[in-house]
Design a protein around this ligand. Structure first.
Ligand code: GLC
Length: 446
């Protein structure tokens, strides 16, 4: 494969141009054809990329997302763009407004959630606003004051509705809630999901856009995804009912680590910008609870973290990005942390000798479930490289953060801004012009 090798300036211009092109007005589509709506964690990453271009536009992105927040505090995983077709399951399949008492009055949304990375975006927005004059600073500050209660409500919902036993881990009722839809992490749990004969028929839209089936989940996987949506519909998306009726329930250690980190970030913001003490205290409390909850799953020697299958009552051990959760949230002993960093950088992950770039594949190339082209079963996802580099920088590991950034930019120099990349060849896969890929590059170059 030949690299056209865009220079950093060209790359930044192209990334900015891409976000402009995916801008629907008050929301940025996650990707032009495959994902023509707003996705929750995509929107946060997009805001990170928009912040250096325009603080004002980044604020609009988060405002749009938060305007779709549910009455119980949940931020839904999709906010549907008005009048845009071509995605399945769309609003007619979810039917949240008809079925869910907590659905917002305004926009159509899905009925599940996604990883809580939003505090990171808020922090990036505030950071960038400080480089500007008074009016931009005022926009960011006004946004924070207005949305602070919503952000805390979001975190409170996660801490209460999704960790009712207070063990410091977030429970998910659909693999899509993890953001890593078909990761091998969920294979066993999904094997337990048996679609009923009364699963209403449907037609996939994703395979029309990506015609190579080796890059997308299988039809069988899709039946299960849709069956879970059906179970939620029948429970009217009620938080309490979901705990017992869903045939899929897992404690996601990676989402839990993100939550611990996000609580810390939000608490820092709250302190700096003089938000209510009681909120800040609560956020610190959740951060500590989830940091501990994540660390408690880790192997004492290797530091590797695990998910937990609530239905089967067993731990889920996989060699995927999830095992590195404690690198994001902290809380390991020094030796365990060192061991886990060695795994991250060693031949099972970033240091695998055949990798095109030293970036973490979604699943280890030496794992038996590894598929180099298939979505979350192997490819490198640039936005995950970004998340690790950001989290490492925050933890004070400047050199490691720098290395991920440098390799991430080398990978991005092809200018495709792909959703994910084949780890050995570096071939761009999935959707092209993916918004969060462009956003990651913009932040790295900022
Ligand atoms: C896929 C990814 C998910 C992402 C969405 C939009 O479903 O698995 O993490 O949010 O696409 O980009």
């Amino acid at each position: 494969m030949t690299d056209p090798g865009f220079t950093p300036t060209q790359l930044a211009a192209r990334a900015a141009y891409l976000l402009r092109g995916n801008d629907l007005g008050t929301m940025t589509s996650a990707a032009p054809r495959l994902y023509p709506h707003m996705w929750s964690w995509d929107a946060a990453f997009v805001a990170v990329g928009l912040a250096p271009l325009s603080v004002e536009r980044a604020v609009v992105e988060l405002d749009t997302l938060l305007s779709a927040q549910w009455k119980n505090g949940m931020i839904p995983h999709i906010v549907f763009a008005n009048g845009v077709d071509g995605y399945f399951p769309g609003p007619a399949r979810w039917e949240c407004r008809r079925l869910a008492a907590n659905a917002p009055e305004g926009p159509d949304t899905s009925g599940i959630t996604q990883p809580p990375v939003h505090a990171i975006a808020v922090q990036r927005i505030l950071d960038h606003s400080r480089r500007h004059g008074r009016s931009t600073r005022a926009v960011a500050q006004e946004f924070l004051n207005r949305r602070w209660p919503d952000l805390v409500r979001w975190h409170r919902w996660l801490a209460h509705a999704r960790d009712p036993k207070e063990n410091g881990r977030i429970t998910l009722y659909h693999g899509w809630e993890s953001g890593m839809d078909n990761s091998p992490r969920w294979d066993r749990a999904y094997a337990n999901v048996v679609p009923g004969v009364d699963l209403p028929p449907y037609r996939r839209a994703d395979t029309v856009v990506i015609s190579d089936p080796t890059q997308r989940p299988s039809d069988r996987e899709y039946d299960r995804y849709l069956w879970l949506v059906e179970q939620m519909r029948r429970a009217n998306y009620d938080d309490f009912q979901l705990t017992s009726v869903m045939s899929f329930a897992v404690e996601d250690v990676f989402v839990s680590a993100i939550f611990a980190l996000a609580c810390e970030v939000l608490a820092d913001i709250g302190e700096e910008y003089k938000q209510p003490h009681s909120d800040v205290r609560e956020l610190h409390g959740w951060a500590a609870r989830f940091r501990k909850g994540v660390a408690a799953t880790a192997d004492e020697r290797t530091g590797a973290a695990k998910d937990y299958d609530v239905r089967l009552g067993r731990w889920i051990n996989t060699e995927t990005l999830a095992m590195f959760a404690p690198l994001i949230s902290g809380g390991l002993s020094r030796p365990a942390e060192r061991a886990l960093l060695n795994t991250f950088e060693g031949p099972r992950f970033c240091g695998h000798p055949d990798l095109r770039y030293a970036l973490p594949p979604s699943t280890s190339p030496v794992a038996k479930d590894f598929r180099p082209r298939e979505y979350w079963r192997g490819p490198v996802w640039p936005v995950m490289s970004w998340l690790f580099s950001w989290a490492f920088a925050r933890r004070g590991w400047a050199e490691r953060a720098y290395l991920l950034r440098a390799e991430g930019l080398r990978q991005a120099a092809d200018g495709s801004f792909a959703e994910y990349y084949e780890p050995f060849t570096g071939a761009p896969l999935g959707s092209m012009q993916q918004s969060w890929t462009a956003a990651s590059v913009l932040d790295w170059l900022g």
